[in-house]
Design a protein around this ligand. Structure first.
Ligand code: ARG
Ligand code: ZN
Ligand code: CA
Length: 256
């Protein structure tokens, strides 16, 4: 592909009227799109904090995101759907993705990235479905207070990076440590990210060496680690190639 690909997004705000703050305002939603379109284009102001050794790996993925302007029937839309629920909070069981279980049905997931924003239980910030799964549950789910940078967005997840991370999964990226619980035996199937033992939290000091990956150590400032929003700054070229391969393959329906 040549040039920038823009993915149409529908945001389903699923809120409980007993907790009005769950019904986040349009400004908070727009603030999330600002972050997405900076981070996926390597135009985020904090990209300058990538350690010098890895600056050559910083990728502009050439992917952008936009609230849908046409609904599935071709009518004008804001791309924002607001649905009341009687649920206190949602889990990873996909209940938020169906009106029958107190959530909101997806728009056709071969044409729209569905984003559900809601209360989540158990400290969960968000979760995503990888490419190739059932269309009825395809998309990403984000905790309202880890969404965007204004309104209910709360430190340390008030930088909009949960959605960046989850969309990374939606475009086929694995966690940078390979989900092997510190074993050094599995990696993320991306050649230019160092093999690292486990996830990192908070805002680590560089370098943090594991799995004999010295002297530079873990690329903990990657969006696919678990550090705080203020401590993650890049996708690599290898990750960008993997996401764009997904957009040429399993998710080719987005290329118009
Ligand atoms: N725990 C979530 C996941 O595995 C997302 C973590 C996002 N991290 C952040 N700093 N916002 O998908
Ligand atoms: Zn993840
Ligand atoms: Ca590992």
């Amino acid at each position: 592909r040549r040039g920038v690909l823009t993915i149409p997004v529908v945001v389903h705000v699923v809120h409980n009227p007993d907790n009005p703050e769950q019904n986040i305002d349009d400004e908070q939603i727009r603030s999330q799109f600002t972050v997405l379109n900076q981070d996926f284009r390597a135009a985020n102001p904090d990209v300058s904090q990538v350690p010098d050794v890895w600056k050559p790996l910083v990728a502009d993925t050439q992917v952008e995101f936009q609230l849908a302007s046409e609904d599935p029937l071709g009518r004008p839309t804001s791309g924002i759907v607001r649905v009341e629920t009687d649920q206190e909070g949602f889990d990873t069981d996909d209940a938020v993705k169906s009106a029958n279980s107190g959530g909101a049905d997806p728009w056709p997931s071969d044409q729209y990235l569905n984003m559900w924003v809601c209360q989540l239980v158990g400290g969960l910030l968000g979760y995503a479905q990888f490419p190739g799964g059932p269309p009825q549950t395809d998309g990403v789910v984000i905790l309202h207070s880890a969404f965007g940078t204004t309104g209910t967005a709360a430190f340390p997840f008030d930088g909009g990076r949960t959605a960046v991370h989850e969309i990374g999964h939606w475009l086929d990226l694995f966690h940078i440590w390979g989900d092997d619980d510190g074993a050094c035996s599995n990696d993320d199937r991306v050649a230019d990210t160092p093999n690292q033992a486990d996830h990192n939290l908070g805002a680590p000091a560089f370098p943090h060496v594991t799995c004999n990956n010295g002297p530079n150590g873990d690329m903990f400032m990657n969006y696919m680690d678990y550090v705080d929003d203020r401590a993650m700054f890049l996708f690599t070229k290898g990750q960008s190639e993997r996401m764009n391969a997904c957009l040429e393959g399993t998710r080719a329906s987005f290329i118009v």
